[in-house]
Design a protein around this ligand. Structure first.
Ligand code: AMP
Length: 563
């Protein structure tokens, strides 16, 4: 297809507002494609390379302005292009406003040697541009771009400039291309969706749909060496998790940077005919946006080489550690960006992998396998480096994991549906990052219960109250978030205030104030205040507060109103 035809189509789409109309236009475009189908399926989204491919054009806007200026003629400088950009606000408009004479050049030599630019040529030239390296590379890149702009007419220039700067902005998103592939090649949209998830490559999926139909799409699977999009989480509460699932799988939420690690002991499947990368030919590490971050992270490569012995794709977080304590995630990002002196950077800040999921192991794709089984595979691969997955319906167990995570200096916890499959790129309800408590309450301890078994000599389960003008009203009991050591301290602190005892239960005179976290305040007949805290957790003793300084029932009511 001529690039002019693509540009004409892009320009029509840009004027459309109805999604259905846009899908139809993209469908027509894909159906009209020839060998250039893969490139077209990407260009229409403003992408040059497949999503899994971390190749970039690596050309800053200034170089693009330079190429435009050169193509525009002797009297135009890059500064003029920039000034025009400030006025028009879109590099496409700017490029379109110059007369590059591309269309006049059409057939100008009469021997067919100056045919219009094709989509395939644009792709080949941009791929060549991306491959240029070394000193003087920016000049060579500008030359290539200049050569392209020089052959464009106004509409082509508009979309070429936008493509080069990844700013297509014609309203075509991933869903549009998915629907267009399904409609254009008569394959089920779910099959296209699945194929996109595993291949992460719109061009390839379009071609396979056209050439091999539904069966071909179904045969696509993960390739070790090519990243897929990471599964994402929503914010949620323990109540959300336990209301929706029978049990929740609880995992520490590490404060680092997301990675996908690909390993194959026999060498990885690398893009096209590209050379094997420096460093290990068996390991690649990709960031959340699928950038290749292998070279800056040699210790992760060494870890994979030393630990794994079969092909695997792992999902996890890279954390920076200092004497067992995690460092802020900015330190990890600094390591990701480090290109030079990696050995020195490594000495300054060491990073480690905390793997939490497994997408492929020993030749098997695991996306459709439930989380608990994927986690078993992960433990088979990495052994005790992966902690056991806590699966429970008991808020106390969940709170214990959270307390451990926080004690170890990590961010908190993730709650996951134990039955859930791995959905690349999805921010669904199957992974929840537990929302930190928005508010805490300072409440007076007015009762407690003696523990049982190992904890028989300690007071546990503390009754909490808020004050009113006529005295204290109970609002909940807290038993979670307290370590054995703290139980001993709290018993020592509260025992002198025992006013009455009935079996295991004691009344306490109102002297001690606890700071308590909770997820929600509900109306409830259980306590005298008429309210109950959902999932209350002990955060600490407010030694600085007397009972009259604690929170009143009025404040509780105001918080309920705000909920
Ligand atoms: P957020 O970045 O706040 O949206 O939280 C989601 C992110 O938490 C994920 O993308 C991961 O990078 C990170 N994370 C840390 N620990 C885990 C874990 N155990 N499971 C899933 N994601 C995790």
């Amino acid at each position: 297809m001529e690039f002019a035809e693509f540009a004409g189509c892009a320009s029509e789409i840009e004027e459309m507002s109805a999604d259905t109309e846009i899908v139809e236009a993209v469908t027509d475009l894909l159906v009209a494609a020839d060998d250039d189908l893969e490139a077209l399926a990407r260009f229409v989204q403003g992408r040059v390379f497949p999503a899994w491919d971390s190749t970039t054009l690596d050309i800053g806007p200034n170089y693009c302005y330079e190429a435009i200026a050169r193509a525009a003629g002797r009297n135009v400088a890059a500064d003029d292009v920039e000034a025009k950009l400030a006025e028009l606000g879109d590099v496409g408009e700017v490029a379109a406003s110059y007369d590059f004479g591309g269309q006049q050049g059409l057939g100008a030599f009469g021997d067919g040697s100056e045919d219009g630019l094709t989509v395939a040529e644009v792709y080949d030239e941009l791929a060549a541009l991306a491959a240029v390296e070394g000193s003087g590379s920016q000049d060579t890149k500008i030359d290539i771009l200049f050569g392209l702009f020089n052959r464009t007419g106004s509409a082509e220039a508009r979309y070429l400039a936008r493509l080069v700067l990844s700013e297509m902005r014609i309203g075509v998103g991933e869903g549009t291309v998915r629907d267009a592939v399904a409609a254009g090649f008569d394959v089920p949209v779910e099959e296209v969706e699945r194929a996109l998830q595993v291949s992460n490559d719109y061009g390839r999926v379009a071609r396979v749909a056209r050439e091999d139909g539904t069966e071909g799409l179904a045969a696509l699977d993960l390739s070790v060496g090519r990243p897929v999009q990471a599964m994402l989480a929503q914010a949620g509460t323990v109540s959300d998790a336990l209301d929706d699932w029978e049990e929740a799988a609880v995992d520490w939420k590490y404060d680092g940077a997301r990675v996908q690690l690909h390993y194959d002991p026999d060498g990885l499947d690398l893009p096209g005919d590209r050379d094997a990368p420096a460093g290990s030919p068996n390991v690649r590490v990709f960031s959340r946006n699928m950038e290749d971050v292998t070279d800056p992270l040699p210790e992760i490569v060494e870890y994979a080489e030393a630990t794994l012995d079969e092909p695997a794709i792992l999902d996890g977080e890279v954390v920076a550690m200092d004497g067992g304590e995690p460092l802020p995630f900015q330190e990890v990002l600094r390591r990701f960006r480090r290109k030079h002196d990696v050995a020195r950077a490594r000495e300054e800040v060491a990073v480690e992998l905390r793997a939490f999921d497994c997408l492929h192991a020993g030749g098997e794709d695991l996306l459709e396998v439930p989380l608990t089984e994927r986690h078993d595979c992960l433990r088979d691969l990495l052994g005790d480096d992966v902690s056991e997955l806590v699966v429970s319906d008991d808020p106390d167990d969940i709170a214990d994991v959270e307390a451990d995570a926080l004690d170890s200096g990590h961010e908190g916890i993730m709650l996951k549906n134990p039955e859930s499959t791995y959905s690349p790129g999805r921010r669904g309800k199957n992974w929840l990052k537990r929302k930190p408590d928005v508010e805490t309450l300072d409440l007076v301890v007015t009762g407690a219960e003696w523990g049982e078994g190992r904890r028989a000599s300690f007071l546990g389960t503390f009754l909490l109250s808020a004050w009113t003008d006529s005295g204290f009203e109970t609002i909940g009991k807290v038993a979670t978030g307290i370590t054995d050591e703290e139980l001993a301290e709290l018993t020592e602190l509260l025992e002198p205030h025992v006013a009455a005892q009935d079996g295991q239960e004691v009344d306490l005179s109102p002297e001690v104030v606890f700071e308590v976290g909770y997820e929600e305040i509900q109306e409830s007949p259980t306590y005298s205040s008429g309210y109950a805290l959902r999932f209350p957790r002990f955060l600490g003793v407010r030694e600085d507060k007397d009972p009259e300084d604690a929170d009143s029932l009025d404040r509780v009511e105001r918080l309920v109103d705000q909920q």
